[in-house]
Every structure is written in C-alpha cells, then in structure tokens.
Design a protein. Structure first.
Length: 317
C-alpha cells in the first residue's frame, strides 16, 4: 500500500511543487495521475522514489516511511520501486540483454539467476528475439519495452511509469499501455502511470487522479471522471479530447491560457485564471475537497449541479 499523507514540497527557488497532497493506493491498484507540465507530477515521483523528502507530511510505501530513510538505505528501498522514463535511458553500448542484466548486476544477483531472469523478462515484454540487438537497432516502442523490462527485472512491488507513451504513435501507445495492464494483472504490481493526456487512459484506467497547480483537483473512477466530471479543469480536459462517436461532429475546445507558475501561483484556486466559471470567491482561498461518492471528490466551490446549470446556460446563449 502507498499512503501520501498531507504532503507539501517546496524548493529554494520559490517553487511550491506540492500542497497538502493526500493519496492512498491499495495493493495491486493501477492508478493514473494526470496533469499538465508544472502540476507537481515529477515531484511526486521523486518523493515516491526517495530522491526528495517532503517538507511536511509523510510518504509511506509498503510500511516504509520514505522521508525518514537514512541516505545509505535509499538504494535498498529503491529495489522495490521500478521507474520507467519517457526517454528510455538505455545504455547505447550494451545489448538489450545486457541493459536488463545490468540492473540486476548492480544489486549483486548471481550470474546464473541474472541470465534466467533476463530471459523471463524478455519473454514478458515480447522481445526475446531482440536479446542481442542494441538500442539503436530498435524502434521507439521496442526501446520503451526494454525500459519496462529493466524496471521490472527485480520484481518491484511498485512500478512508476513517467509519460511512457510520449512521442510514440497511437498504435504503439496502445501496445505499451496493454503491456502495463498485463503486468498489473498478472504480476500483482502496483502501477502508477503519470501522463498529461487524459485521452491515453480512457480505455484502461480504473482510477484517475487529476492534478493542477500542485494540488489534486479531482479523483475518481474512470466512469466517474469521464461520465460525471465534477471539476471545471477535468471538464475542460474532456472538451479538448476528440470523441469517436458515430455521426457526431463536435468542435474541440482548447483551454485558454497557460498553466500557472508554481513559483508565483494565482490567489485562491490555481485554475482561476483559466476557468470559465471563475468568480471573485474563487480568488479568496484554495477550496476544500468535496466528496460525491466513496471514490469521487473534487476541489471546487461550485457543486456538480451548479456547474451543470452554468454549462447549460452557456449552451443556450
């Protein structure tokens, strides 16, 4: 289980990356964390990986208080955390087999066990026939599969995938996401997928956390987020996604403006400068989370019903 309790994180340059984040991820869950650049997603990864410690609150992973670990213990903790980066980070001078093996060599696994495990991993990621190839000889999708294989080689309990489908075409994106889903189901591995693209998660996500301006703005199941969004930012994201409904031609609505600077955020709700429903009350403080069900809540002064009414009036104009 992963528990993030009242976590805040700031940097010396004035960036307030995370503000009072609360998040619980149960064993075996596949969770998508969505947000634009500058929403605090990368800082969240660093806290989970032990690269950073929170200013306030606690990050607990499988009963380990990550922020309280001694520096010398962090490498051992990381053996239970696999991280997949968007730019692969493969060693170009090593073969695919050697890239995966290297992750096991550094933790002292015996050579015979390494050979056995690497073969198992290559089979899992469907690259057994590419074992002796070099990264430069593989496509982008194949390189990402190698990166996933390397991340899971040591049987981690948690896999964090940071924008794993960026720069891949739609078909390859689907293959990578399907691979992650299989790992979650077959290996009982917690998977946290970080992305800025809500459309990527539509067919696979079971639970979604929407971040903006260092805050979790909405959380819920996939059905709740896509069918009954309760925050203006989530609604704006959905309006900007193409829908493939038969006979339906819908105009996409881009979100105006830019995401706020975490070093100089607007007063009140961080989405206030881009929200079409914003009012003076929105500038007075950060709204509290409002629960709509056991699984869905959002951070807005307006209720879902009030937002529905506002949208209806706009459509009638």
């Amino acid at each position: 289980m992963i528990q993030i309790k009242n976590v805040s994180k700031s940097y010396k340059n004035g960036v307030h990356a995370l503000k009072n984040i609360n998040l619980t991820i149960d064993d075996g869950e596949f969770v998508y964390i969505i947000g634009p650049t500058g929403s605090g997603k990368s800082t969240l990864i660093k806290l989970l990986d032990g690269e950073e410690i929170p200013d306030e609150g606690k990050v607990i992973v499988n009963d380990v208080d990550v922020g309280a670990l001694k520096h010398s213990k962090v490498p051992y903790y990381r053996r239970n955390i696999g991280v997949v980066f968007q730019n692969f980070r493969l060693l170009p001078s090593l073969t695919i087999f050697e890239n995966i093996a290297f992750a096991l060599e550094v933790i002292g696994m015996e050579k015979q066990e390494i050979r056995k495990r690497v073969r198992e991993v290559l089979d899992l990621v469907s690259l057994s026939d590419k074992a002796q190839a070099f990264p430069s000889q593989l496509s982008g999708g194949q390189q990402q599969r190698v990166a996933i294989g390397r991340a899971i080689a040591n049987h981690p309990k948690v896999l964090i995938a940071d924008e794993p489908t960026t720069a891949l075409d739609v078909t390859i994106q689907a293959q990578i996401l399907q691979l992650l889903k299989q790992l979650n189901e077959n290996e009982q591995m917690n998977i946290i997928l970080i992305t800025h693209d809500l459309g990527v998660v539509a067919s696979l996500a079971k639970r979604i956390e929407v971040m903006y301006g260092g805050l979790i703005m909405e959380e819920g199941t996939t059905e709740e987020i896509f069918e009954h969004p309760t925050h203006p930012y989530t609604r704006a994201l959905l309006h900007a996604i193409p829908k493939c409904e038969s006979g339906c031609r819908e105009r996409l609505e881009p979100i105006p403006g830019m995401a706020p600077s975490l070093a100089n955020p607007p007063a009140g709700c961080p989405f206030v400068t881009r929200c079409r429903f914003a009012c003076e009350e929105c500038k007075k403080g950060i709204p509290s989370m409002r629960a709509y069900s056991d699984t869905q809540s959002s951070r807005c002064i307006f209720t879902k019903e009030e937002l529905d009414e506002k949208e209806k009036k706009e459509e009638e104009k």
